[in-house]
Design a protein around this ligand. Structure first.
Ligand code: AP5
Length: 287
């Protein structure tokens, strides 16, 4: 699938792209991430982009288009892609259309994530990124858990949270203004081409994912289910030598009540309990 995610800063484009990557196995192409990594590397492109990014303005079209052309030409993009944060204005949208025509890879859908202004500001102010693995958190809605299961996969230590330099109040106001002026017109551009789907993205992350999948006609991934034999009777399955259900499935098996410590009286009751009766085997018939 070839998808564009449109939406204001903080609408959840990056968050939902990640989920689509996992579900569809196609790459996320985020011009913001590509530019930030160029800035971090100190490349010529990064040097030219830095000032505009810090001011909340759009980076020059020629720089961004060169980057996109190169990225869409890579092998993994042949199976499809999710464009996150591109295109950002009409000139970029026209250039993308021409490029995809040349590549014979037209877009399948453009999804606009709608979130109101106050919520956008709230989300951006709480956003933090792990400086080591790049995972995005939110201090208000999805902070990293304190448990050991949420250690940074790169360092094995707790995530080192940093705030994006353009997530400060003044820059956010400018980014939102630029969005309204330059990017919002793309809604009509793609509507006219019959590609647009709009979803209300002001809901809990999982619910937004459900709406997004519905808009794209993608089925939600099924939860893992225990093996058939284990579903019928976990004990019988074990007896039959069936493979142990995976951890997730084990949780799904019915729980037994924890055994009470036996009092003497109950212990003696237990010892007097009826002995287990054995079902006599039926003698085999001789032929
Ligand atoms: P870019 O990196 O593209 O930033 P952006 O468009 O401003 O978008 P954000 O990354 O801020 O938000 P998002 O929608 O991805 O939200 P996220 O999922 O992170 O661009 C940065 C700069 O680069 C631009 O200003 C420009 O200078 C330059 N640039 C980039 N592309 C360009 C282009 N094509 N042309 C020219 N210049 C370009 O979510 C935000 C937070 O909310 C997170 O903390 C997340 O955990 C949380 N969250 C997400 N969903 C939910 C939810 N449903 N409920 C509660 N919290 C949520």
């Amino acid at each position: 699938m070839r998808i564009v995610l449109l939406g204001a800063p903080g609408a959840g484009k990056g968050t939902q792209s990640q989920r689509l990557v996992e579900r569809l196995g196609i790459p996320q192409i985020s011009t913001g991430d590509l530019l930030r990594s160029a800035v971090a590397r100190g490349s010529e492109l990064g040097r030219q982009a830095r000032e505009a990014m810090e001011g909340g303005r759009l980076v020059d079209d020629s720089l961004v288009l060169g980057m996109i052309r190169e990225r869409l030409g890579e092998r993994d993009a042949r199976r499809g892609f999710i464009l996150d944060g591109f295109p950002r204005n009409l000139a970029q949208a026209h250039a993308l259309e021409r490029l995809l025509e040349q590549l014979r890879q037209p877009l399948d859908a453009v999804v606009q994530l709608e979130v109101d202004y106050r919520e956008l500001v709230r989300r951006i102010s709480g956003r933090r990124t792990c400086a080591d693995c790049g995972r995005v958190f939110n201090l208000l809605t999805s902070p990293p858990a304190a448990s050991a299961s949420q250690l940074c996969p790169k360092t094995g230590a707790p995530h080192r949270l940093v705030q994006r330099p353009d997530d400060n109040e003044a820059t956010v106001a400018e980014r939102l203004r630029v969005y309204d002026e330059k990017t919002r017109p793309l809604v009509d551009f793609y509507r006219a081409r019959g590609l647009l789907r709009v979803i209300d993205a002001q809901a809990e992350v999982g619910e937004v994912t459900r709406r997004l999948y519905q808009a794209l006609g993608v089925r939600m991934a099924r939860k893992a289910r225990p093996a058939k034999a284990a579903r019928r009777s976990p004990r019988r399955a074990a007896h039959k030598g069936a493979a142990r259900p995976k951890a997730a499935n084990r949780r799904a098996a019915p729980r037994r009540k924890p055994a009470r410590p036996a009092s003497r009286a109950s212990a003696s009751r237990t010892s007097r309990a009826k002995p287990r009766t054995r079902v006599p085997q039926r003698p085999r018939r001789k032929r």
